[in-house]
Design a protein around this ligand. Structure first.
Ligand code: ADP
Ligand code: MG
Length: 327
């Protein structure tokens, strides 16, 4: 079981930023409106994610850290229409297999909290523990149990910036949630909650991509055959030397997708030199049956049933938005 989990961990937990992503997604799935992330040593020493979500009852703590135990799929039919970010029940057992994990939780209204520990795959009993309402997940000494994987870690700075990037991306999809991120000696992000409307959305994007984005962005909202594309892209004169500030979301889930990135490049093909890249925060809403998010455990890739439709929508939507802005 530990070996299986360590192998699964190779898929789910590539680096500290993937731990942060999984834990933050769990907090959001639990309905948190406040997510605090603390790290040390680029996340290899410590990742701690605290939330004010619904919590886990003490009797369910052992299930939360067991393989393929997810509280999120009620029936197999719901696989087609996944609303939560997690659904595989792999993250916590995978993390517990390669690190020292503690899961401490208290449901709002419960008199007491409880805690469970997993170290290199060995699961403790459930212990009563003082806790605020919500959940605190602490991951220490990532990859201590798999020294070969530890060697793949980049330097502390590179891992820290991957963590910051992961938090920015998720935060853009959840403007109403407050996110804080702090490193060993300082707070690096504090995204105050925004309104649940278009202004709030843009305000959160500006928190993530920088305040200047707001003055240099055009809104877009296009629909084709029931697929909707919304969000903001930068005017061509506001661009970057890399594509790191292009955020794509499919049904509220942050994704990295070559096809979407390539469609965006195509939309700017005659507006920007090849070595300059627009900024973007683009949201695709599509019927769950027309997209597969099940491609990779890390769930960053998507497969559209009709890739040409999405590509055409993106290129057309962006061009039209820029044209509307007189470009
Ligand atoms: P998944 O998210 O795919 O269900 P995970 O391994 O990430 O699998 O989490 C296992 C289970 O633990 C979740 O289904 C959920 O019931 C519980 N859980 C994990 N983190 C939290 C949290 N922050 N708040 C409430 N429940 C949580
Ligand atoms: Mg999860």
């Amino acid at each position: 079981e530990t070996t299986i989990n360590q192998i699964a961990a190779g898929e789910v937990v590539e680096r500290p930023a993937s731990v942060v992503k999984e834990l933050v997604e769990n907090a959001l799935d639990a309905g948190a409106t406040r997510v605090e992330i603390a790290t040390a040593g680029g996340g290899l020493g410590l990742v701690r994610v605290s939330d004010n979500g619904g919590g886990i009852p003490p009797t369910e703590l052992p299930l939360a850290v067991s393989r393929h135990c997810t509280s999120k799929i009620e029936t197999s039919a719901s696989l087609d229409d996944i609303r939560t970010l997690g659904f595989r029940g792999e993250a916590l057992p995978s993390i517990g297999a390669v690190a020292r994990l503690s899961l401490r939780s208290r449901q709002p209204g419960a008199a007491e909290g409880a805690e469970i520990l997993v170290e290199g795959g060995a699961v403790s009993g459930v212990m009563p523990a003082p806790a605020n309402p919500g959940t605190v997940v602490e991951v220490r000494d990532l990859f201590f149990a798999t020294p070969a994987r530890l060697k793949f870690a980049k330097g502390e700075r590179a891992e820290s910036s991957a963590i910051t990037d992961a938090v920015r991306r998720i935060a853009v999809a959840f403007p109403q949630v407050r996110f804080t991120l702090s490193g060993t000696d300082r707070q690096t992000l504090d995204f105050l909650p925004q309104a649940a409307d278009e202004n709030g959305q843009l305000a959160r994007v500006a928190q993530a991509l920088g305040a200047e984005f707001k003055e240099n962005a055009v809104p877009l909202d296009a629909v084709r055959e029931g697929v909707r594309l919304s969000g903001h892209v930068s005017i061509p004169s506001f661009n970057r030397a890399n594509a790191l500030q292009q955020y794509f979301f499919v049904n509220g889930r942050p994704v990295r997708d070559r096809q979407l990135a390539s469609a965006l490049r195509a939309a700017y093909a005659d507006l920007l030199p090849r070595d300059r890249h627009p900024l973007a925060a683009l949201f695709v809403s599509i019927d769950g049956r027309d997209v597969d998010v099940n491609v990779h455990p890390a769930k960053a890739d998507v497969r559209f049933r009709d890739p040409g439709l999405v590509r055409g929508l993106l290129i057309g939507g962006v061009r039209e938005a820029l044209a509307q802005a007189g470009i």
